[in-house]
Design a protein around this ligand. Sequence first.
Ligand code: NAD
Length: 504
Amino acid sequence: MATIPAIPEIATLTASESGFVLPAATIAGAPVRTQDTRDGAQNATPIFNASTGATIGWQAHADASLVDAAVRAAHAALPAWRATTAAERGKLLKKIAELIDADRARLTAMQMQVSGKPPIEADIDVSDAAATFDYYAGLCLDAHAFAPEALALPDDTVTGERFYEAVGVAALIVPWNFPMVTTAWKIAPALAAGCTVVLKPSEFTSPVEHMLAEIINEAGLPDGVVNLVNGGGEVGALLTAHPLVDKISFTGSTASGKKVMQAAAQDMKRVTLELGGKSALIVRADADIERAVTLAVGGAFTNAGQMCSATARILVHDDVYRKFMAAFETAVRAIVVGPPQSANVAMGPLVCAAQRARVQALVEQGVQAGASVAFSGSLDHACADGFFMAPMVIAEPSVDNLLWTDEVFGPVACVKSFRTDEEAITLANDTRYGLVATVVSADREAARRYKTQLRAGLVWINTPQLIFPQICWGGLGLSGIGRELGLAGLRSYQELRHALADVG
Ligand code: NAD
């Protein structure tokens, strides 16, 4: 059994009798502490160790004046930062990537403490964050991404040019499920584009972002280019309403995303919205069942199912349904759920008691409406105090059961059978979301047809949920607007502009 990682040091935290207290904001490189931050006070919320349920610290919340100061700091830093060359910015992004990599042990330990992620999942998050900064560092050297382009015109008395310019101050708002990752996906392209930023992490997992902010500071970014404000939805709302914010990139629930979009409309702020999902995994009759089960377990139970990309609707061809269910049951019962230090742990806890209660309530409602639990995994004594929940599989829910229609955001998967490809595609597309989908099939031609007919931003064929910074992320319908990662991720922080000039 591995040892429990100690809470890594964060320079910006202060000790208190019941754990650390994180500053309400970090503005122009300096942590800002509010006078009246006391444990349990109205303006601070607890940070838990999700595996033990213990309160390990407190996150102080920013108020309107701190949000204003952070946005003004970003606004003041904008002209100089926007005037740097892409190559200069790229050098700093490269440095951040290296520092993240060098700090891997501490960052991983913090994620394991706060979210209870198994070591391998916590480590993947750190790798993903480093790879994202590294990718955008490389893109900063790519002339196509930044250099003006001459345009061919049907009039030789004028020349035309297309060019890109940083949007301005970007408000970045992220959830708690992949704190480092969702943050890197926003900060790296925003900085590459020449935007300055104000980040609002989730109050449940903010220690990770505080560490990241320290790393960014250490890399030598000018003061005011990256600022942090902390707190819950009310702090996010203050940020999205601020008139000096030019762009909002938001990752979170569809319900909050709608509010963000309404707030953005006031000043016509640019928006990128990465929202919820209710994605499908399709197992065709010709699928390798062992592989299908591995992909189903990964798609439904990684991060304890707290994934926007969870493929929690599993569609299995009738001919292989019994075989799949038998193997799936064996695999789900074998999932070791526990704290990160448990031997062979494959699934951690949910992020907090409220999230677990929410998931359990949805399961109860779904069962009352007629869904039945086919099988579930188990919890041992190591899970006694944390926010754990055993993985659960629902068989053949009706298509209007909320467990089939709504995002559960926990370790609950539904399985339904189908007879034809058309039926599978109709069932998979019968949702207002459209984030991702997975197809498992030995027939490449058939899989290719699924790729075009499934309404999803990203389709995986016979692979786990691989994510690369080169591949854009984002969904259709209620899953959001815009794309992160890749060149489109950079473009989302740039304004497209044109100029025409006479040839003189
Ligand atoms: P949430 O919407 O409750 O909160 C997300 C973030 O937004 C938090 O920082 C929160 O404080 C802030 N916020 C809440 N209300 C706000 C408002 N009115 N204005 C501005 N900010 C506000 O979501 P959550 O529970 O933290 O995260 C889970 C959700 O995130 C799920 O629906 C999941 O699918 C989604 N998610 C999507 C992606 C994606 O890439 N599509 C990735 C991860 C998570």
